[in-house]
Design a protein around this ligand. Structure first.
Ligand SMILES: [Zn+2]
Length: 299
């Protein structure tokens, strides 16, 4: 079977990232300029233009590009039409929680409420079930994984195996059945980790799933890493944020130099790099997380 690429987008705005929390506290969010809608439109248009190019003579699109958008509840509440548009243009709508609180810092009851409320809000907006969840800043652990399942989700896509990033969560996946890039953790639940590159006898993990790493690593090297991951798993799971294609976003000058470096590097090049990425891998199938799991279940 052709290799699959799962493009995932965490729909949040420039002022909601974890690294800026100290400088832009939650109560001030509503005073900030919303730029996410315009940026999501650019992504949707890029994906559509790719589908246009794939149209056959009879006007049908073979293997159309479908992505997964993990939408923050805070955004969905203010821009429900954007959530409906994501769905109407053929993509999967999933949850990124409500207010971007880290899962592993939440009390169990509050986390449950967040998981429930964000799912229900999106379902009410799109009038269809929501299956997937991504934790803010990949803040997952074994306990939260169980809670996510209890709240009625089919899958989580929050595990990032790059242990050198202090905030990323940890889960033990060794005991679960692995198929492609997914792990089945119970009869009705799956983990879809962000793809990383593992090299050498000591299995050193390089962060290769997207975000700042996609913006920093030159494309000629990045594509080879993706190909290496595909060889092993016949799939690659990529993540990004709408603000990563927005070089004109307001600057948070008070933030530390390392946070600023990570957030602002190469913003002016990300859109063209993403276009190049999609073109380079155009022989692959770009499918949503849900589609991928459906196919795993059928195989
Ligand atoms: Zn996020």
């Amino acid at each position: 079977m052709q290799s699959s690429i799962l493009i995932t987008v965490d729909v949040e705005d420039w002022f909601q990232v974890e690294n800026f929390k100290t400088y832009i506290p939650f109560p001030t969010w509503s005073q900030k300029e919303l730029r996410v809608e315009k940026n999501v439109h650019r992504l949707l248009d890029l994906f559509d233009s790719f589908n246009e190019q794939r149209k056959t003579n009879d006007g049908l699109t073979k293997n159309s590009l479908k992505a997964t958008f993990f939408v923050l509840g805070w955004i969905a509440k203010r821009l429900p039409h954007l959530v409906r548009e994501i769905q109407a243009r053929g993509h999967e709508v999933a949850s990124h929680g409500f207010n971007h609180n880290l899962c592993n810092e939440e009390l169990k009851d509050r986390l449950k409420q967040d998981l429930h409320d964000s799912k229900k809000l999106l379902e009410d907006i799109i009038n269809a079930p929501v299956f997937g969840y991504r934790a803010p800043s990949f803040s997952i652990n074994d306990d939260t994984l169980k809670i996510i399942e209890e709240c009625g989700y089919l899958y989580d896509s929050s595990f990032n195996s790059f242990a050198m990033h202090g905030r990323y969560g940890k889960i033990l996946l060794n005991n679960y059945a692995k198929q492609g890039t997914s792990y089945q953790t119970s009869n009705n639940f799956y983990e879809l980790p962000v793809s990383n590159l593992t090299l050498g006898k000591k299995c050193f993990v390089f962060p290769w799933g997207g975000g700042a790493y996609f913006r920093i690593i030159p494309f000629s090297i990045f594509k080879r890493g993706v190909e290496s991951i595909q060889k092993k798993e016949n799939a690659y799971l990529f993540y990004m944020h709408p603000w990563e294609i927005d070089p004109d976003q307001p600057r948070v000058s008070k933030a530390s130099a390392s946070f600023k470096f990570r957030h602002y590097i190469n913003l002016n090049k990300t859109f063209s790099k993403l276009t190049r990425f999609i073109k380079y891998f155009s022989q692959c199938r770009f499918i949503s997380c849900r589609q991928y799991l459906d196919e795993i279940a059928d195989s």
